[in-house]
Design a binder for this molecule. Structure first.
Ligand SMILES: [Zn+2]
Length: 322
């Protein structure tokens, strides 16, 4: 219920501020009139409450979006998302993510990508040496690949053994240090090992983003004192699971923060509110839910949503150099 009240307040505030550019307002009302004149049902069209949002983790190569990723991008653009990072999770997936971001889906969302081997795939790919040579070549193949990742450690159930993950993580850390390529990190239930490896390379590290941060207060302080950025995902919108993260948010300086949906993961009731199909489902989460993540972050930080929207987009563009 709190989310609904916050959303309503920020919708009203955005309308009062005139967040929509007049030309778009005219275009929207003209097309609505045209549909009405043609006898078609006029669908209520939500106004974007923010403009210029940057979703730093939209997993559009996921099979959940196989048939409709273009539609998702159009929805995201209508919700005020102008930049999205589509991460790679294996060498093959990184190539798919690059092709997808180059295609762009025909919407006004500028897309960027990463190349790397996610801890979930640490056991699947073949020999490490060959793969690292391929990864090095891939990273140099396009300016659209703005970071090395997702890489990291995840000791949750169902992931490969820690020993396999550690090999891949160390090799990718070394490559990122050598190339000074920004690191896009996935760390879950594995902060002690991640911390040991990152602290051991502190002097050589490139810029680091810990995406979908879900650690505790001490882990957050370590990230911040190390100069890392953290991004907050749809987890912040989950009523119960998001509570510890919401409690930590006031400790994060605005200039260290980014936002993401982590779509199709980490959906919550209401994340698909703008979608006619499956509006009540929690999976897949969608990139057009990013304004709701911004609302929840702003409410937890006690800041205006517009300030969070502007700062997180500026941080991401500066971090990735786009
Ligand atoms: Zn991740």
């Amino acid at each position: 219920m709190r989310m609904l009240a916050d959303e309503l307040r920020s919708r009203i505030a955005a309308r009062c501020r005139g967040a929509l550019v007049p030309a778009r307002r005219r275009a929207a009302s003209t097309s609505a009139r045209r549909r009405a004149n043609a006898g078609a049902a006029v669908e209520p069209r939500a106004l974007p409450r923010y403009v210029g949002l940057f979703d730093v983790d939209a997993n559009l190569t996921h099979k959940a979006f196989k048939g409709d990723w273009r539609e998702q991008v159009v929805h995201a653009a209508a919700a005020g998302v102008t930049h999205a990072l589509v991460p790679g999770s294996s060498l093959a997936d990184s190539r798919r993510a690059l092709a997808l971001s180059q295609d762009g889906g025909g919407a006004e969302v500028r897309m960027w990508t990463t190349a790397g081997v996610h801890p979930f795939n640490a056991a699947e790919v073949g020999g490490v040496d060959g793969a690292m040579a391929e990864l090095r070549a891939l990273l140099g193949s396009s300016e659209r690949i703005v970071a090395l990742g997702e890489c990291g450690l995840d000791y949750s159930d169902g992931f490969p053994p820690a020993a396999a993950q550690l090999v891949w993580f160390e090799r990718q850390l070394d490559l990122a240090c050598e190339l000074q390529k920004p690191l896009f990190l996935h760390i879950r239930a594995a902060f002690p090992d991640a911390r040991r490896l990152l602290d051991g390379r502190a002097a050589e590290l490139p810029p680091v983003l810990v995406h979908c941060f879900d650690g505790d207060a001490e882990e957050l302080q370590w990230c911040l004192s190390s100069g890392f950025h953290v991004s907050v995902s749809g987890l912040v919108c989950k009523a119960q699971r998001g509570a510890p993260l919401r409690a930590l948010l006031p400790q994060i300086p605005l200039d260290a923060l980014m936002v993401e949906t982590d779509a199709p993961y980490l959906g919550w009731k209401g994340c698909r509110v703008g979608h006619a199909k499956g509006a009540k489902k929690t999976f897949p989460n969608v990139p057009s839910a990013l304004p709701l993540v911004v609302d929840a972050v702003a409410a937890a930080m006690g800041r205006a949503g517009g300030d969070v929207a502007v700062a997180t987009a500026a941080n991401a563009r500066r971090f990735f150099g786009v």
